[in-house]
Design a protein. Structure first.
Length: 93
């Protein structure tokens, strides 16, 4: 092995470690941003569930919600008031 080959391998290994460090640093940023977005989205979902639950108990003409929000609102109503009779409702988009 020549001295030039050894220096080339050392440089290659150093660049690999630099690349790995860059990937890991940015990966942590991306994961942090995803966690923040998830927390914000969970807060909005909680507000949407509470609003839909209020509309279901009120009845009448109410806005349509996603199936996730609708099912979660129904589960919460059933847990709070097991024998409640929900009033008639009509959805609009």
């Amino acid at each position: 092995m020549k001295l030039g080959d050894i220096i080339g391998y050392v440089i290659l290994i150093a660049l690999a470690f630099q690349l790995w460090g860059f990937i890991m640093e940015n990966l942590l940023w991306v994961l942090g941003i995803l966690v923040i977005i998830g927390v914000i989205a969970a807060g909005f979902r909680g507000n949407a569930v509470a609003e839909h639950k209020k509309n279901l108990l009120k009845g009448g003409l109410i806005p349509k919600a996603s199936s996730y929000v609708h099912q979660k609102a129904l589960r919460e109503i059933a847990a709070e008031k097991p024998n409640v009779q929900l009033p008639r409702r009509q959805y609009y988009d």
